[in-house]
Design a protein around this ligand. Sequence first.
Ligand code: OOG
Ligand code: MG
Length: 244
Amino acid sequence: MQPATATAVPQLTEEHPNLTVEDAYAIQALSMERRYGRGERRVGIKMGLTSRAKMQQVGVSEAVWGRLTSAMRLAEGGDLIRGRYIHPRAEPEIAYIMGKELAGEVSPAEALAAVEAVAPAVEIIDSRFRNFKFTLPDVVADNSSSSGFILGAWAKPDTDMSNTGIVMEVDGRPVQIGSSAAILGNPIRSLVAAARAVALAGERLEPGDIVFGGEATAAHPLTPGEYVRAWFQDLGSVCFSVVE
Ligand code: OOG
Ligand code: MG
């Protein structure tokens, strides 16, 4: 999560080695309450570590989730100000917007029926922990590293998203290539997992909520001067520039 001072802190588990994942979700919920108190609105949720490439990149083997707020949204085609972050990374992701409520145990077909539209998207992750290093409870307490998001144009969810090709380019050069099939075999399973996760926290996905499914490749560390564009087969692209 983007700290006001953009300063890294030691991992929570260094001082509290017995911190559980359950404790960590309680910490996440409390820190989100603070943000809502400062005027930010919850606009949806993000799933993370839903692909093997990501699990390997960070050395954690369980899917996680976090909350997206209104303050995290960056304009499509706009600038990301590097100095506001600690060590930001970009992840191309498929985003869903809900047309109906969804919570609890649902099938992939029920999850898809609750989707209003899908969009190409990029999530900006920026771990609050030094060197982007964390254990599972650390990352969960840190809102699963979520720090920003950029949405492209919404499309009807009738396109088959089970094996969508994804290319992330920097200055026209591909830096990550993947397929949405890497997300739990089919990204709709991420929405199924999201419905279960929010219900366990006593929340639900409401119409208008945005859900980020998690990324299919490893994340790209951002440097000022870069122009980043993520392409998604059948969905188009989403872009932004990194400035000092
Ligand atoms: C944890 C968040 C992972 C994803 O899409 O897999 C995530 C991290 O890598 O810092 O957002
Ligand atoms: Mg992500």
